[in-house]
Design a binder for this molecule. Structure first.
Ligand code: ATP
Length: 295
């Protein structure tokens, strides 16, 4: 199975709900940076992880792919003893929902392995309890997310978008970033980004320039407070001619939008040479959600 990273092209963080989650309005886009997940029947449930940041990923029952296997096993009456192998291409704790991607891949994989034949919507409904980003990792494409981000509405869109991603080697904890935002909001207003209308209109028209102008993330000030060096990446994006740039989700991955694939390749090379201590990746979006690829 293969499951994509997500970017939040727009993220408005609202009030804290009684269940402790924040009310979100977000525009997700799945981009071509992937985790590969393979499953096979085994004597026990095991998790093996390779690839970028593998040492940061839990190998026990808290791994989101293992939790996904157990969840579907309970709901369908199948045996959860499978060997899970994950190859990380999505940065760990990078704000690109890599753990949710692995959970989505495991749901799709178990569905195929056990012949459950659940629809994507049914898998997404089940997966939402594993993490708010799991339904989007199943659906892919571009979508508007509300609630905790798990309620998805398709977005009218056209065109492909060329992204350059700057991956920091030390991640940011999502709860810590939300905590910092709450702290900042207690002491004064923190620039709330406007509604997603501009981003949605840009996507409808396939207008990369307007999309670049409209990118916005309420979590960005909090991520910058916890990791001030991210500011250098945002400045570099502007200086190197990106149409727009933002911290993705809770960060620290910084996503930069280029005019087209050629401009993105040029931007990626220049950023690599700039010596900012980040790994640079190219990824285009939108791409499909978690799916089976080969055997
Ligand atoms: P978010 O989905 O909140 O944006 P993120 O993209 O910042 O999260 P992830 O890579 O999804 O971060 O992982 C966050 C934490 O979840 C990791 O630090 C790790 O401890 C735990 N985790 C559990 N399972 C996985 C997995 N399969 N891959 C990556 N991290 C996992």
């Amino acid at each position: 199975m293969r499951a994509p990273a997500k970017l939040n092209l727009h993220l408005t963080v609202g009030a804290v709900r009684p269940d402790g989650f924040h009310e979100l309005t977000t525009v997700f886009q799945a981009v071509g940076l992937y985790d590969e997940v393979t499953l096979r029947r085994a004597d026990e449930l095991t998790v093996k992880v390779t690839g970028v940041g593998a040492d940061l990923v839990p190998l026990d029952a808290t791994n989101l792919a293992a939790r996904a296997v157990c969840l579907l096993a309970v709901q369908t009456g199948h045996d959860p003893r499978v060997a899970i192998a994950i190859h990380k291409g999505i940065p760990v704790a990078g704000g690109c929902a890599g753990g949710s991607a692995d959970a989505a891949a495991a749901l799709v994989g178990c569905d195929a392995l056990w012949g459950c034949d659940w629809s994507r919507d049914r898998l997404a409904e089940a997966g939402a309890e594993l993490g708010s980003d799991v339904p989007f990792a199943l659906h892919g494409g571009t979508a508007l997310g509300t609630g905790r981000g798990e309620q998805l509405t398709p977005v009218l869109e056209k065109g492909d978008y060329s992204w350059v991603l700057a991956l920091s080697d030390e991640g940011l904890s999502t709860p810590a970033v939300y905590g910092e935002l709450d702290r900042q909001r207690q002491t004064g207003p923190v620039g709330v980004v406007s509604d997603p209308a501009e981003v949605l209109a840009a996507l409808r028209q396939g207008d990369a320039e307007a999309l670049g102008r409209g990118l916005g993330n309420d979590l960005q000030p909090a991520a910058l407070a916890l990791k001030p060096s991210l500011r250098l990446l945002l400045e570099a994006a502007r200086d190197l001619g990106a149409l727009g740039a933002m911290v993705s989700g809770s960060g620290p991955t910084v996503a930069m939008l280029a005019r087209d694939a050629t401009a993105a390749d040029t931007l990626a090379s220049a950023l690599s040479r700039a010596g900012l201590g980040v790994a640079v990746r190219r990824a285009d979006g939108p791409v499909a959600g978690a799916r089976v690829v080969g055997h």
